[in-house]
Ligand binder design. Structure first.
Ligand code: IPM
Ligand code: MG
Length: 378
C-alpha cells in the first residue's frame, strides 16, 4: 500500500529540516519495503510570495487527499508587516482548523545522551518523559479577535454587542481576543489525554487558570466528568502559573499534561529546555481518524536559515510520530527513534546541543547519519 504524504517545507530552516526527515523516511521505505509518495505543497511565506496567500486553496485541497502532512516551519521577518490574516502563521492555523486536527501531542522525552545539554541540572532532567496534550483548534486562538478605535462610529457598539455588557472604554485604539471553550471541545481533548495516559503511566495533570477564568472552570469540571470513565487514571489539576515553575523544578512528577491551546503553546516551549533544545521536540496533530499533521514545535529560525546549522531531530522525530500514528508502523517508528539515540550516543551534535568534546555536524550531515543508521540497523 502506498502512503501519501503532503510535504510542506515552508520558510526559514523549514526546507533544510524537512529534507533531512525525508532522507530518513527514504531509509525507512528501503529497509522495510514501504512506498511513501510525497507531494510538495506551498504554505506560509513561500506561498505568500508565489500565490499571494499563506494557505492557497490548492494546498488545502491536495493535503486533504493525502494520509499525512509533514511540515517544516513558516514565517520570517520578510512577512512580519503583513496584516494579521495574511501572516504566514495563518497557514498553520488554517491547516489545523480545516483538517480538524484538534489534538496536538508534544512528547518531551529526555534522550539520555543529552542529559548534559539541558540548562537544568542532570539529576532534574534525567529520565523525564512526559506528554503534553495541547488543545489545538479552540481557545483564544480561534475566539473572536478584533482591533477597534474607540470613539469612531460604531466601534464601541460592536464591542459591547459582543461582550453583551456595558464597559466604559477610554477613547483610542483597542484590541481583544477571546478565550472560549465549549464542553464538547474540552471533553474530546480530555478523552484523548486519558487514552494516552492509559498507554503510559496512568496519570493526567490538567492545567488551567480556574482561579480566574470561567473557561478554565468549565475545563476543570469537564475533566472531572471525563475521569469517571477512566478509574485507573489519576487526575490532578494545576494552575498554569504553578505548572510553569513545576516543569523546571521537577519534570519527572508528570506523565500526561492536558491543557488549552495557548497554555500548551507556552508550556511546550518551556518544556523543550528539559530536553536540551527546542530543536529536539516533535509534534503530532490529530483529529478523529489516523490523518495527522507532523511538525517540529520550533519556528522558522530565520537567523540561522540556509546555513546548515538547524537541528533536524525535531522534524525527524515528527516523521517517526507520523509512522506511529498515521501509518501504524510501530517498529519503524522505534527504529527512527533508536537511530536518533544512536547518532547522539556516538557523540554527534548540531550546534544547538553542542558541548565540548563532541563532534559538530550540520543539518544535512545529521540527517544523513541518522538515515544511515536505519539502513544498517539489525
Ligand atoms: C507552535 C507555533 C504556532 C502556534 C505558531 C507558528 C502559529 O508556535 O506550533 O507552537 O502558536 O501554535
Ligand atoms: Mg509555539
Amino acid at each position: 500500500m502506498d502512503h501519501r504524504i503532503a510535504v510542506i517545507k515552508g520558510d526559514g530552516v523549514g526546507p533544510e529540516v524537512v529534507d533531512a526527515a525525508l532522507g530518513v523516511l527514504d531509509a525507512v521505505a528501503k529497509k522495510y519495503g514501504h512506498k511513501f509518495k510525497s507531494q510538495q505543497l506551498l504554505a506560509g511565506g513561500a506561498a505568500i510570495d508565489e500565490e499571494g496567500a499563506p494557505l492557497p486553496k490548492k494546498t488545502l485541497k491536495e493535503a486533504k487527499k493525502t494520509d499525512a502532512v509533514l511540515l517544516g516551519a513558516v514565517g520570517g521577518p520578510k512577512w512580519d508587516s503583513q496584516p494579521g490574516e495574511k501572516r504566514p502563521e495563518q497557514a498553520i492555523l488554517g491547516l489545523r482548523e480545516e483538517l480538524a486536527l484538534f489534538a496536538n501531542l508534544r512528547p518531551v522525552s529526555v534522550r539520555e545522551a543529552l542529559v548534559d545539554a539541558s540548562p537544568l541540572k542532570a539529576e532534574i532532567v534525567s529520565g523525564a518523559d512526559l506528554l503534553i496534550v495541547r488543545e489545538l483548534t479552540g481557545g483564544i486562538y480561534f475566539g473572536s479577535h478584533g482591533t477597534e478605535v474607540i470613539g469612531e462610529a460604531n466601534a464601541f457598539g460592536r464591542f459591547v454587542d459582543f461582550l453583551k455588557k456595558e464597559k466604559t472604554l477610554p477613547p483610542g485604539r483597542f484590541a481583544y481576543d477571546v478565550e472560549q471553550y465549549s464542553e464538547v471541545e474540552i471533553r474530546r481533548i480530555g478523552e484523548l489525554a486519558f487514552e494516552m495516559a492509559m498507554k503510559r503511566n496512568k496519570r493526567v495533570t490538567s492545567v488551567d487558570k480556574a482561579n480566574v477564568l470561567d473557561s478554565s472552570r468549565l475545563w476543570r469540571q469537564v475533566m472531572e466528568e471525563v475521569r469517571v470513565k477512566y478509574p485507573e487514571v489519576r487526575l490532578n489539576h494545576m494552575y498554569v502559573d504553578n505548572m510553569a515553575q513545576q516543569l523546571i523544578l521537577d519534570p519527572k512528577q508528570f506523565d500526561v499534561i492536558v491543557t488549552s491551546n495557548l497554555f500548551g503553546d507556552i508550556l511546550s516551549d518551556e518544556a523543550s529546555q528539559i530536553t536540551g533544545s527546542i530543536g529536539m521536540l516533535p509534534s503530532a496533530s490529530l483529529g478523529d481518524g489516523t490523518f495527522g499533521l507532523y511538525e517540529p514545535i520550533h519556528g522558522s529560525a530565520p537567523d540561522i536559515a540556509g546555513r546548515d546549522l538547524a537541528n533536524p531531530i525535531a522534524t525527524i522525530l515528527s516523521a517517526a510520530l507520523m509512522l506511529r500514528y498515521s501509518f501504524g508502523m510501530l517498529e519503524e517508528a522505534i527504529a527512527v527513534e533508536q537511530a536518533v539515540d544512536g547518532f547522539l550516543l556516538a557523540g554527534n551534535r548540531t550546534p544547538d546541543i553542542y558541548v565540548e568534546g563532541m563532534t559538530k555536524v550540520g543539518t544535512a550531515e545529521a540527517g544523513r547519519l541518522i538515515a544511515e543508521r536505519i539502513g544498517s540497523a539489525a
